[in-house]
Design a protein. Structure first.
Length: 87
């Protein structure tokens, strides 16, 4: 019975770790386009990053750039290295 309890506990911890890493990743990604926008407004990045969609108010270039860069990093770097970088 101890073996089953440890197995269940390890699965529970793994499940929690997956959600923790996902939450940390989304928290970092949600703010990045706005950081690009603010830097463009201050003149630290190109003005194209400061453009905002008039209908939604979203900085589209920063959002697309963040998504593309995230996808490339996710494809090229192994999961363990990414998890260590987030933690």
């Amino acid at each position: 019975i101890l073996h089953r309890t440890l197995y269940f506990g390890s699965r529970l911890v793994s499940f929690g770790a997956i959600f923790g890493l996902t939450t940390a990743t989304f928290a970092c990604l949600m703010g990045q386009p706005r950081i690009f926008y603010s830097m463009a407004q201050d003149g630290l990045l190109f003005k194209v990053y400061g453009r905002v969609n008039p209908k939604t108010g979203v900085p589209t270039v920063g959002t697309v750039l963040t998504g593309v860069m995230t996808a490339l990093i996710a494809c090229l770097i192994d999961l363990e290295s990414l998890a260590n970088a987030i933690s």
